[in-house]
Design a protein around this ligand. Sequence first.
Ligand SMILES: [Zn+2]
Length: 378
Amino acid sequence: MIKVLVDPERLSRFDFGPAHPFKVHRLALTFELLQAYGLIDRDDVRVIGLREATEPEALGFHSQGYLEALRLASSGMWVPNQFSHGLGTTDNPVFPDVYEWAMLVAGGSIDAAAALLDRDVDRSFNLTGGLHHAMPNRASGFCHVNDGVLAIQRLRAAGKRVTYVDIDAHHGDGVQHAFYEDQDVLTISIHQTGYTIFPGTGFEEEIGQAAGRGYAINLPLLPGAGDEAYDEAFESVILPAMELFRPDVLVTQLGTDAVLGDLLANLRLSLRGFERAVERFRAVGAPWLALGGGGYDVPNVVRAWALTWGTMLGETLPDEIPSAWMTAAAARGVTASRLRGSADVPPTPDRVMEALRKSAESIREMVFPILEDAGERG
Ligand SMILES: [Zn+2]
């Protein structure tokens, strides 16, 4: 089976600005590391370039007024209502051609989703995507256009039922919002609790509404969570929920800001723990679209997504990072020696596990009966 990888090259010219934590060069560095590991020039890999999503595609989720404001701002015009659209803020600066940036990312995710409709493709990865905070009428949390929503809409248009799992340290609020009343898309987000971090949502009581009641799952974690919490969350909630829902396609948002050492979040997941999560997604066995997401420690981002692509190809990568890549990366101020980092995994505090078990219990009580009924219908 063919695996599709989106080449981030067309995004290299964009820049959120020197003070912004979102570093665009992490994309090229990741692609180069995949090359160095020999994970691109292979018979089972098809590389596709980015193309801009069309306006009709983006209108599947975003408002006309917002897209117009984004386009105007992008060309350097003054936009009278830009703040009401979340534009020009510290989080969502207006940089040159920001419209093209956002539409290229979105087009990449839509095409990576569409690739899975080919019978010979079973996995695809747009590491530039996963910009899960963008809302219909506003930019939010470094995200201008919600590529994940548009990709899922592409799959829905082909009649596919989708499970979306978001392991970014921040709640996948934009994607949840898009499908909150939809029983054909199960959204699952595991993240640092909204009491302590942006966007302040994603509590276990948020389970969807109307026809979508029971088709949204949120697992908020206390700061300092660590691997043990993730392992338990997967085993007690995420995997069983997916099994009950039985999706046609799995979409994962693989933000790496939950990894130990991130600058914006504090979930202390090890790189090996991240890899284990990705291995669990592979084991589901459904056609699988992987998207990138947040991640503000560049060496962690690069390593976590190299582990992802290796896993998607069914390869276990050696811990030793190719030296040619290390030299090139060091010239750009990025150093990483071992792929999985240190083997020392910080212990999970008891209070984290206690809170997690409470959340998991309430989710299993509220949501699982609904998913069980749906499974019987399906
Ligand atoms: Zn994040």
